[in-house]
Design a protein around this ligand. Structure first.
Ligand code: UDP
Length: 195
């Protein structure tokens, strides 16, 4: 794994195609696999948020999401070939998921947004194996139902759009018991897909 470190946050030196391939490989490896999309905001936040920092350090894949990360790498005398923007990665993974009938759960964003995002994505990549969809605003009972649905649906990919750092913490706190599952915090991606 070719990584560099920006203010102690690891970033994989990886292209979009390599990131997509890595996620396909992770689906068949035991345990929960976390993918983080590193940008300047996240690096700065991690300096005073130890929980987030630990999550970033333990991620199975840390893609260079922000232009600031590429710039910081250059300042360190290193080179990242291209940006791997979280939203673009999510779209590319959904394209693969449509091809391979990979079960996907969509969690996050305001009421109706994730539903519209799925509709728009299906128009783009074809039918998806949708395990479930839930907005990013839920109570404890709804949260239990969400986790049960993810467990019961043979889910391979969980897209979590709750914003940074809530999504990263939620994934680690609530999904760590899962096996052969990839979870990604995708920030405002559902809003973009739905728009
Ligand atoms: N959000 C959510 N639940 C919350 C807080 C936020 O679902 O409790 C959603 C919000 O509706 C938006 C996304 O999380 O769709 C955060 O988007 P933003 O662009 O702020 O992401 P970030 O910049 O944090 O990656």
């Amino acid at each position: 794994r070719n990584q560099l470190s920006i203010l102690n946050v690891p970033v994989d030196v990886i292209t979009m195609n390599e990131a997509i391939q890595r996620v396909q490989d992770l689906y068949s490896e035991p345990g929960l696999h976390t993918v983080v999309t590193v940008n300047a905001e996240m690096v700065m936040r991690a300096r005073h948020d130890k929980e987030l920092h630990d999550i970033l350090k333990q991620a199975d894949l840390a893609v260079p999401d922000g232009a600031g990360v590429l710039w910081a790498a250059e300042q360190l005398g290193q080179h990242i070939p291209e940006r791997v923007a979280g939203c673009d990665l999510a779209v590319a993974l959904l394209q693969k998921a449509a091809q391979h009938k990979t079960p996907v759960y969509f969690l996050g964003a305001g009421p109706g947004v994730a539903e519209q995002a799925v509709k728009n994505m299906e128009a783009k990549v074809g039918p998806l194996e949708v395990v479930g969809i839930h907005s990013g605003f839920f109570d404890d009972q709804e949260e239990k139902n969400i986790i049960q649905a993810i467990e019961a649906g043979q889910t391979k990919l969980v897209l979590v759009a709750l914003g940074v750092p809530k999504q990263e913490k939620w994934i680690t706190e609530k999904l760590s018991h899962l096996d052969g599952v990839v979870a990604i915090g995708v920030g405002g991606s559902f809003d973009v897909m739905a728009g």
